[in-house]
Design a protein around this ligand. Structure first.
Ligand code: AR6
Length: 231
């Protein structure tokens, strides 16, 4: 299969819905691809070196808490490779809960190319940001700022100068941004997670009591930010 969990299942599900709702011939109709969807990376687990097992517990807990409050909207955890440990952990743990697999699933792909390469339109994407809300630095932050072009930095600056750990910032993406034009992204939500990497600012020095609290707050802020776009 081309992907980690859902594609064939959810595409089949979408095809059925589309045909019954619209008697449409193409599966690439707007109704299918405009299901409000938040794609998010695993916050803090790469450059910020947060423990994957603990992070996966928090992701599943927060998804379970929010997914039922989001109407027909979907949450999708994204990572770059089929070997992603965080995707495997989250998939396994989510399967043991009664989380609706149409509303939450994992997906392998570049978060800046989910529609053009993965065929999955996600109107909102989350970024694992740095506290200065600056481009670069590697990881998903560098990829998103680069794909979005300078419009994202300008739109971000208009809203905030910095971000505290556990907080999220919703930024509407100008329609001139390549991420809007090519991928259908309307908003980027910057999230700052807890940092366990001594080479990065505000290192928590393995304090996982604090770290788990801050990571939980980060996902709550992210999902509340997504809900605010939907309402
Ligand atoms: N598409 C999807 N997932 C990705 C992509 C991508 N293009 N690139 C990385 N990931 P990280 P953090 C996954 O390090 O740990 C930056 O320098 C990656 O495999 O981006 O929160 C910022 O400026 C991992 O699962 O974020 C901050 O200083 C997840 O995204 C710092 O890193 C998060 O990895 C934040 O570190």
């Amino acid at each position: 299969p081309a992907n980690d969990s859902a594609p064939s299942e959810y595409v089949h599900m979408d095809v059925k819905n589309t045909v019954s709702q619209e008697s449409g011939s193409s599966i690439r109709t707007n109704s299918v691809y405009s299901i409000p969807t938040l794609a998010f990376p695993s916050i803090s687990t790469a450059d910020f070196q947060f423990n994957l097992d603990k992070a996966s517990d928090i992701i599943v807990e927060k998804v379970e808490e929010f997914v039922s409050k989001l109407g027909n909207a979907r949450l999708v955890l994204v990572d770059l490779s089929h070997g992603s440990k965080i995707l495997s952990l989250v998939k396994a743990k989510a399967a043991r809960k009664s989380i609706d697999s149409k509303k939450f699933f994992t997906f392998v792909g570049d978060i800046t190319r989910l529609y053009s390469q993965g065929g999955m339109k996600c109107n909102v994407i989350a970024n694992a940001a740095n506290w200065r809300l600056k481009p670069g630095g590697g990881g998903v932050n560098a990829a998103i700022f680069s794909a979005a072009g300078p419009a994202l930095e300008t739109a971000t600056k208009e809203r905030a100068e910095s971000l505290a750990p556990g907080k999220a910032l919703v930024v509407p993406l100008p329609s001139t941004s390549p991420l809007s034009i090519k991928e259908g992204v309307t908003h980027v939500i910057h999230v700052l997670g807890p940092n366990m990497n001594a080479q990065r600012p505000n290192c928590l020095n393995n304090d996982y009591v604090k770290g788990c609290k801050v990571l939980g707050e980060a996902y709550s802020s992210l999902f509340e930010g997504f809900a605010s776009i939907l309402s």
